[in-house]
Write a protein that binds this ligand. Structure first.
Ligand code: SAH
Length: 286
């Protein structure tokens, strides 16, 4: 091996290790910032080289786009599973430690939702818009708070992280709302935590008598044939909490809708309720 060859080999090795260092980053940073994995191709000063580089960079960029999509999909599924298998306060701390994970979760969530023929949020938005704009609404687990932007009503929007002044960051089992202060409580695909009955207790606390509780949940979570909860058990437990079941809409392919109204007469002491377990909704790799 000549001296020049030896030097060039050494340079290449050094280059590789430098690149490796650059790629070290947290999952959140990688996906949230749409992690630009940079590929540098060094070219000597020849003109035909530029067309080679163009086609190389075209195919490498589509390859990288695919890899980026795969990575974000993987992080989304990881965060999603975490949210379905921990309590609300654990979820709050999880995002406090790394708020960028929230954006990763929501880009994955939007991607999944884009495959649903009907969005449950749209049905709820229409339900609200068909009623008086004077009704005060609370959106528990509001995500990007689209609901609040789509109705004339006063909406309190809660989620674990707030990237928007309209959203209040908190664990929704413990909101800053006054007791008996709202007319409509919405949970749209947000009964995620293992302590979901606490969220419904909080809704019961903040709702006025005869106030509405609207719940949209993923259908598979309520399929007893595949380990999901029996929807009748869920309705029974919610009624024991202090609600009357008004309507159920199971016509949609992807989600169920439950409409409850808070009973005028509440039990003086909260009863011991045996809630069914809601199966986590784990999204498939696409
Ligand atoms: N309702 C919105 C977002 C659904 S995704 C929509 O239909 O588009 C579920 C949302 O619930 C997520 O944004 C998640 O952060 C939120 N969430 C889950 N557990 C929560 C909790 N304990 N407190 C507040 N928000 C919660």
């Amino acid at each position: 091996m000549t001296d020049v060859q030896r030097r060039s080999k050494k340079r290449k090795r050094g280059g590789r290790s430098r690149r490796k260092k650059k790629e070290e980053c947290t999952p959140a940073a990688a996906a949230a910032n749409n992690a630009s994995v940079s590929v540098s191709v060094s070219v000597s000063s020849s003109t035909c080289a530029s067309s080679v580089v163009r086609s190389a960079s075209k195919s490498s960029s589509s390859f990288l786009d695919k890899m980026k999509a795969k990575l974000s999909g993987g992080y989304f599924r990881m965060i999603n599973e975490k949210l379905y298998t921990c309590s609300g306060d654990e979820a709050l701390n999880y995002f406090k430690e790394d708020p960028a994970l929230f954006n990763v979760y929501h880009s994955g969530y939007q991607e999944q939702m884009s495959h649903w023929p009907v969005q449950p949020n749209d049905i709820i938005i229409k339900w609200i818009n068909d009623r008086s704009p004077s009704l005060v609404v609370v959106d528990f687990g509001c995500g990007d708070a689209r609901l609040s932007r789509s109705v004339k009503n006063k909406v309190f929007s809660f989620d674990l992280v707030s990237n928007d002044p309209a959203v209040i960051a908190c664990d929704m089992s413990n909101t800053p709302l006054d007791t008996s202060s709202v007319d409509v409580a919405v949970f749209c695909l947000s009964l995620m935590g293992t302590n979901f009955p606490n969220y419904l207790q909080e809704a019961n606390r903040v709702l006025k008598h005869r106030g509405w509780l609207l719940i949209a949940e993923v259908k598979s979570r309520f399929d007893p044939n595949t380990g999901g909860a029996d929807p009748n058990e869920f309705v029974k437990s919610t009624c024991e909490l202090g609600f009357a079941s008004m309507t159920q809409d199971f016509s949609n392919k992807m989600f169920l809708l439950f409409y409850f109204q808070k009973k005028e007469k509440q039990r003086p002491k909260e009863p011991q309720i045996k809630w069914p377990e809601l199966k986590p909704c784990l999204y498939k790799r696409r």
